[in-house]
Design a protein. Sequence first.
Length: 423
Amino acid sequence: MQRIKVAVIGPPELVARIEPYGAHETDVQLISSPYTHETQAAGLAERVDAKVDAILFTGPVPYMMASEVRSRLHAPLLHVNYGGAGLYRVLFQMQRDGRLMPGTCISLDFIDRVQVLQELEELELDDIRFRVFEIREFTDTQVLTQQHLEQWRENRASAVITCLYSVYRHLVQAGVPAYCIVPTRSAIQHALRAARDAGQAKLLKNHQIAACIVSAGPSSPLSSEDTVSLVDVMSDVLQTSCQRIDEDKYLFYTTRGFILALTDGYNKPLDLPWHRGMLVMGVGIGITAKEAQAKASDAYQKSRSEFPHPLYIVGDEHEVVRIQPDFKSSRLQYDSRTYDVFLRKIAETTNLSIATLTKIQYVMRVAGREAVTAADVSKQLDITLRSARRILKTLQDHGYAQVVGEEQPITRGRPRNVYRLDL
């Protein structure tokens, strides 16, 4: 049985804590990837993505930070859960150290404030007070450290509990009685098994059938010699034989994993000797050959409708990826359908398509914020600035966008409206 490769990302102390448990999982191969600071989590995830089947973070904060680049990753992301037993373990340590006395006030940071308060309520610690800093987004460790320090120095807290190892180190160096929530044995074992299962699912997914339909573009017909060359090159690139669909259109079968490798994780077009963008190519991913071919046909028609012709890939749950032929523009990924009731309501209200709305959601993920400009939408969706303004104005008119500022372009021109989107 193939061993599942799992990257473990976190501070060295916590990566080392997980390693012995991985050694007991015979069907898992751990690849340790420690960092010196949480801000390195996303970069490490991108670096190991192509080499592993799953990525496991030692805690929720590095996982939260790496989620910002999730759209560019293909390995599933998981993290060790810090709730429940991890918090109880620290409280028992504090009691053993004589720091959990009636009237004690503890400064505590956590991912979910409601969760931690519920867990503390179950312990019936009515005579202990807690000041909880909720980490909704990543906060600079210096800022979080300073918040805890102020509580301690001003005698509003007699101890600190943190789920960030870097904050714990800084507080200990400052002489603060601090405790760090670390993953428990059961949490580690559960996370490793979840990573193994997610990795196995990814491997199975990579063996799905990929159908590729290709032809010359309408404006660039091939000679008979070029046609033979096209078929030979495509067969060589995809390492498979072809079927002729009609006079100038050919069908090739391969696997999803192979297409991922050839396109560097859906980030570049297939490298062919013809002028980029002159070939019409569509790839479909499916469980059966029939399903893959149907999706490839859909992708082919999307490619044919544009010039220069991008590579379209239609995958699971009607995920659509468009890769521009110039190797410079970023890929666009969106869904052509959705089960999101709220998104369907927006589509019905505004008469904008689901595809358009999910494309804009992708733009927001790429930008890493809820606020975008028409220029952002125009660039990422490869549409005119006028069309982008029309879409944003439609969302604004129906209450799903509001102007929250202006951005002055580098070159001359009128200021650009900055829209906050509610999608």
